[in-house]
Write a protein that binds this ligand. Structure first.
Ligand code: NAI
Length: 401
């Protein structure tokens, strides 16, 4: 058993380094989960658990079933739970009606963005004694909050982790596209050192439009300012930090038609659904580069494909996709892609797609794990709910990821 006192970020990184072999270890097949698909494997984890001291009645332990566990979730949550505050039961399947009973014996479930908590699943969880849902993400659009409230199940989340993680990923997509790094990578590996087709352009001096200048959009504005860009923004709320940086707020149409590059950092709401559609695309400059690390449905994918076919777009960088729930976070490499729109997107050489990995940094995962364990501990030890998701938050911000 490995024991660890996490005294510093450096300790955490060393610990993760020591555990790095885990990622390649096979995961035990679990044949009886119901679906038979790639998510239907399970592993449990008890061996590194250190029991907490509840002799004085203050530090009480919870049994927590962690759904949609990937090796990285296990690592970071185990590190955050190094004091043995809770008994974590790591389960690889998503939370569905078929897998909910795997939480038997747990008072809490810990879930991720694509886990489903509809009324039926919540009732199964309530019946087996679950009192707390701990989301290890900010979004809560897949939970029936009314039913949870009726059943007396509390919901907590991680409202913020690392805006730098997402902004820097958006920047990576942007730079790769405008310098054709993704194409050069493949070409050089095949021994082709020609430059034809790889012509890029300088970022310095270009106009970049940001949609949504909240936490991530503000970091993005700072990065772009450092590159010497003119930064325009569209957001119903003007951000003082952005104004100080010299960001120029404009209405949506003005910003969209002036920008050489547009990057999306707003939540998905009824107002932003398909904000980028045929109308707005027609107002964009020919050769415009569009980056989306916010939510897939902010873009009308059909309209974007039409813009790609006509040659209107210089490049498209996506970390999110409208129908990503059927694709992302799973290894589908042995299966034909059933989503024809997604398959079409993959055919364009100026489209670069990552599978919702904007949040995926050491810093963000550390913060998510620490907040999740702290949310559970506070509830168990004091009965208080930090970062609670309440019914009044249902509209309009229910789609933040
Ligand atoms: P935030 O809440 O700090 O900022 C959102 C901003 O969007 C606010 O300034 C808000 O006023 C603005 N906004 C709201 N409605 C708008 C509209 N109709 N038009 C323009 N702007 C509007 O959120 P944060 O943390 O900056 O995250 C932004 C988005 O990034 C999230 O909603 C989520 O969809 C996405 N995200 C993606 C991740 C990834 O891994 N790819 C990870 C985390 C978040």
């Amino acid at each position: 058993m490995m024991s660890l006192e996490i005294g510093s970020f450096f300790d955490l990184v060393c610990y993760l380094g020591e555990m790095s072999d885990d990622i390649s270890r096979p995961i035990r097949e679990f044949p009886d989960c119901g679906h038979g698909g790639p998510a239907d494997r399970i592993f449990t984890h008890n061996s590194t658990h250190v029991f907490g001291d509840d002799s004085d009645g203050k530090d009480r332990m919870m049994d927590v079933s962690v759904f949609s566990t990937r090796p990285y979730d296990r690592r970071f949550l185990t590190a955050a739970n190094a004091s043995g505050a809770h008994r974590l039961n790591f389960l690889e399947p998503r939370l569905t009606v078929d897998t909910a009973k795997l939480a038997a014996g747990s008072q809490a479930v810990c879930v991720f963005v694509n886990d489903l908590l509809d009324a039926e699943i919540l009732r199964i969880l309530a019946d087996i004694g679950v009192r707390l849902v701990a989301l290890r993400c900010a979004g809560f659009n897949r939970i029936d909050l009314r039913e949870a409230a009726r059943l007396g199940i509390h919901v907590v989340r991680v409202p913020a982790y690392s805006p730098h993680a997402v902004a820097e990923h958006a920047m990576a997509l942007m730079l790769s596209l405008i310098r054709n790094i993704h194409r050069a990578y493949n070409r050089v590996r095949e021994g082709n050192f020609t430059l034809d087709g790889l012509l890029g352009f300088d970022l310095s001096g270009k106009t970049v439009g940001i949609v949504g200048t909240g936490k991530i959009g503000t970091v993005m504005a700072r990065i772009l300012t450092g590159f010497g860009c003119r930064v325009m923004a569209f957001d119903p709320v003007r951000n003082a930090t952005c104004l100080q940086m010299g960001v120029e707020y404009a209405d949506f149409d003005e910003m969209v038609s002036a920008a050489d590059i547009i990057t999306l950092h707003c939540p998905l709401t009824p107002q932003t659904r398909h904000l980028i559609g045929a109308g707005s695309i027609s107002r964009m400059k020919p050769g415009v580069v569009l980056i989306n690390t916010s939510r897939g449905a902010v873009i009308d994918t059909r309209a974007v494909i039409a813009g790609l076919k006509s040659g209107h777009f210089g490049g498209i960088g996506l970390d999110v996709y409208e129908e990503e729930g059927d694709l992302f976070f799973e290894d589908l490499s042995e299966h034909p892609i059933q989503d024809d729109m997604f398959a079409r997107l993959l055919t364009f050489p100026n489209v670069l797609i990552t599978g919702h990995q904007g949040f995926f940094t050491v810093e963000a995962l550390s913060a998510i794990a620490a907040t999740t364990i702290s949310n559970i501990s506070t509830f168990e030890n004091t009965g208080k709910l930090v970062h609670e998701v309440t019914l009044d938050m249902l509209y309009p911000a229910a789609d933040a990821s």
